[in-house]
Design a binder for this molecule. Structure first.
Ligand SMILES: CC(C)(COP(=O)(O)OP(=O)(O)OC[C@H]1O[C@@H](n2cnc3c(N)ncnc32)[C@H](O)[C@@H]1OP(=O)(O)O)[C@@H](O)C(=O)NCCC(=O)NCCS
Length: 72
């Protein structure tokens, strides 16, 4: 969670990119997560990082977000 006074400065995106780097280093090939459907800020962040955003039929309150982790 990013503190209110630091929001909108790219910190959330950088944190997610670090998580993706860590997962890639561990050999994972895909990352996925659930985001509340009524959290437009997080969904915008994920979309901006190239995550696919899909419905989550098991619980429509959530969206399923996924991203392949290509080796660099
Ligand atoms: C969601 C959250 C992590 C975003 O962190 P952040 O540091 O503000 O995000 P960034 O500055 O990296 O913004 C990434 C993108 O999302 C957009 N965005 C983020 N917060 C926004 C807001 N309040 N209003 C409009 N756009 C917003 C930014 O405009 C940016 O898009 P851009 O690159 O096109 O400008 C932060 O608001 C937060 O901690 N929220 C509460 C906890 C939460 O929702 N966690 C996620 C649970 S799944």
């Amino acid at each position: 969670m990013v503190a209110d006074e630091l929001k909108g400065k790219g910190l959330g995106s950088r944190l997610m990119l670090s998580i993706m780097d860590f997962a890639r280093e561990k050999g994972l090939t895909e990352i996925e997560g659930l985001v509340l459907a009524n959290n437009p800020n997080m969904l915008k962040l994920m979309k901006g990082l190239g995550f696919a955003i899909k419905s989550f039929p098991e619980d429509p309150d959530f969206k399923l977000v996924t991203h392949h982790l290509q080796m660099v």
